[in-house]
Design a protein around this ligand. Structure first.
Ligand SMILES: N[C@@H](CCC[C@H](N)C(=O)O)C(=O)O
Length: 284
């Protein structure tokens, strides 16, 4: 990034999970973690949960590649709400004509289907339950694990959606002590790369309420990969069916996992908020 020339960005959100989107196609350099943190500051910068960079694709057959930085400057392997926003951004840009296209993500190729009115459906890949996939230090794969966190023993399921998730079933998501238990489980040494912690309340076999304490961003209004992870874990525990509406504080996502050997499909909204320019002198 060169000083003197302001950085153009788009501000977007997907179900309240908010993003700054940068167009780095043509080989423009990635922002440093320091620049990401400066942009992400909600008082002195623009503010976001995740920074999304749109780049030239590496994988064949994709219209673009995206990468993800959390608000604290750390890199992430997947972002479901962000992937929908990248899809919407590319369609508006004209780079993804037609309703069906592919994105090159850090976790692999994602199939996108535009549903109209800013909604997109994405095939988010297979959930990976092997502890090494997160990674989680556990003696063996299990449908549920238990660890001490926040002064209690927390029972959770664990899965990778390209990024690591722990899912705790709670009787009342609104009353869950997300601010205490989220960081406590996230910081356990058994998760050497940290973990996104979801608190899921089963409302019916096709409906759950979910709050997610994200790695690198704290509690967000929605987490797309977290919604996929919650459904994957709860299906495996026999708690829900394979088509589930996930109500998050910022909106509802529709998650379908047709079969164990099929990718999880996530459908949900996107929104453009504003376009802007950030003066790089603030950072460099
Ligand atoms: N909000 C995202 C997930 C973003 C990455 C996550 N915080 C991590 O570090 O793995 C989503 O919608 O999936």
């Amino acid at each position: 990034m060169s000083a003197g020339k302001p950085l153009r960005f788009s501000k977007m959100h997907g179900a309240g999970n908010d993003f700054v989107v940068l167009d780095l196609r043509g080989g423009r350099p990635l922002p440093s973690p320091a620049l990401a943190r400066a942009l992400g500051d909600r008082h002195t910068g623009v503010g976001f949960d995740q920074l999304l960079t749109i780049e030239d694709p590496v994988a064949a057959g994709c219209v673009a590649r995206y990468r993800i930085l959390n608000a604290d400057g750390s890199a992430a392997g997947q972002c479901g709400n962000g992937a929908r926003c990248v899809a919407a951004w590319l369609q508006r840009d004209g780079a993804a004509p037609g309703g069906h296209f592919r994105l090159d993500s850090p976790a692999g190729v994602i199939d996108v289907q535009a549903l109209g009115q800013g909604r997109y459906s994405l095939a988010m890949g297979l959930p990976k339950f092997a502890p090494a996939a997160l990674p989680l230090h556990a003696p063996a794969e299990a449908v549920a694990y238990e660890l001490p966190a926040g002064g209690q023993r927390l029972r959770f399921g664990a899965v990778s959606m390209g990024n690591p998730h722990a899912v705790v079933e709670v009787p009342d998501a609104a009353a869950a002590d997300v601010a205490t238990l989220g960081p406590a489980l996230q910081a356990r040494p058994e998760f050497p790369e940290g973990v996104n912690v979801g608190f899921a309340q089963v409302l019916a076999s096709d409906r759950i309420a979910l709050r997610v304490f994200e790695r690198g961003a704290g509690e967000t209004l929605a987490c797309g990969s977290g919604a996929c992870a919650a459904v994957a874990v709860l299906v495996r525990q026999g708690r829900v069916g394979r088509h589930v509406f996930v109500a998050l504080p910022g909106g509802t996502l529709e998650i379908t996992w047709p079969a164990d050997d099929a990718p999880i499909v996530m459908a949900g909204p996107t929104a453009f908020v504003f376009e802007g320019e950030f003066p790089l002198e603030q950072v460099e």
